[in-house]
Ligand binder design. Structure first.
Ligand code: PMV
Length: 354
């Protein structure tokens, strides 16, 4: 890192994973404040690696001098989005105006799989920015204030990304019964998770890699005036407590019930919004039915959750990996687009790369 007078130049690199919500965030208030708290698992293998080079702007401070490369190539669409995001941060972080940034990003998971990359990429961006702010004197690195800022910045870039800043089970959004939870940033669950849940696998079964027709942003806004909105927000509060109790007690039956119910609740909200829309596909249902049958026949507590799309996240304890993998190959891959799936698991969270 080079220092010139009071300014510095350097390069920051972070690897940040994706996450999947068990209790869903669906509906928001300005600015990126969730209508209800959510609880997620941070993944491990599906991650973004992002480098941010920075140097002082030599001329007059002005619009952000930003270059953005995705997998080695200039990406105008993302560059505009990130420039707009940096712009929105100027008031709170005027130092950003004094620097020129070159950001290079790549994902471990193929973009044509329909797996949302905003959680991993926007959390990587939040971490790079927090790191930059700590190097320029705003806060100490790796302190609680640092992680809070990184999560808050990620939230502003893309809501659910703020949960990826922490490993394991993570909560974002204020819950009146859970101290330290906040609408502005995520925290690791404020309780001890039963060892039975510490090694969970997530097989992401790719039913379709097509880009979804209705964005999450549009979906969130359809919750305004939704006939079931109030009941939904109340249900989410209750489900978050139920799931927390299940995680503490090691209660798989409760875990399965809440997780599957949340996934179906999310899609029911889409189907009953105005205009109504459907993101699941026939093979989503085929997989869901088979997961339920497998659980009944084997007593292995495998269950599903769904993101805002047709792909299925099959969650199961790592101890059952051999049996579950065999069943995935023999029965479930027939419902996946070109037999595609991603073998992921609960992870420890982002990592700074030197
Ligand atoms: O963070 P967004 O705006 O992409 O919304 C995410 C919404 C869901 O993925 C459907 C649920 C969640 O909590 O991650």
């Amino acid at each position: 890192m080079k220092h010139t007078q009071n300014t510095i130049s350097g390069k920051i690199t972070w690897r940040s994973p994706s996450n999947i919500a068990l209790v869903k965030y669906w509906g928001k208030k300005p600015i990126q404040i969730p209508a209800n708290p959510s609880l997620s698992i941070t993944l491990s293998k599906a991650f973004t690696e992002m480098s941010m080079e920075f140097e002082p702007v030599k001329e007059e401070p002005g619009l952000p001098a930003l270059e953005f490369l995705f997998e080695g190539r200039q990406q105008e669409k993302f560059e505009k989005k990130i420039a707009g995001f940096l712009n929105s941060l100027y008031q709170e972080y005027p130092i950003l105006k004094e620097y020129r940034f070159k950001i290079s990003s790549s994902n471990t998971f193929p973009h044509s799989t329909g797996i949302a990359s905003s959680a991993s990429s926007m959390s990587a961006l939040g971490l790079c920015l927090a790191d930059f702010l700590s190097r320029t004197g705003r806060m100490e690195p790796d302190t609680p204030a640092f992680w809070q800022e990184a999560s808050g910045l990620s939230r502003l870039a893309s809501g659910s990304a703020c949960r990826s800043v922490f490993g394991g089970f993570v909560i974002w959004g204020h819950h009146p019964q859970l101290a330290a939870t906040s609408d502005k940033y995520a925290i690791p669950v404020p309780f001890e998770v039963n060892p039975a849940f510490r090694e969970m696998k997530d097989a992401i079964l790719v039913v379709s890699s097509k880009e979804k027709e209705v964005s999450s942003r549009a979906g969130h806004s359809l919750m305004e005036g939704h006939p079931y909105a109030e009941k939904r927000f109340e249900t989410a509060l209750n489900n978050l407590m139920e799931l927390s109790r299940a995680l503490i007690a090691g209660d798989f039956d409760k875990f399965v019930h809440v997780t599957e119910s949340e996934a179906l609740n999310l899609h029911a909200l889409m189907m009953t919004s105005n205009p109504s829309y459907i993101l699941i596909e026939p093979n989503t249902i085929n997989i869901v039915n088979r997961i339920r049958r497998f659980r009944k026949e084997t007593s292995i507590p495998a269950c599903f959750t769904l993101d805002a799309g047709p792909n299925v996240h099959l969650l199961y304890p790592a101890a059952d990996e051999i049996k579950v993998r065999k069943w995935i190959s023999e029965e479930l891959l027939a419902f996946c687009e070109q037999g595609r799936w991603i073998d992921d698991e609960i992870g420890k969270g982002p990592k700074r790369i030197n």
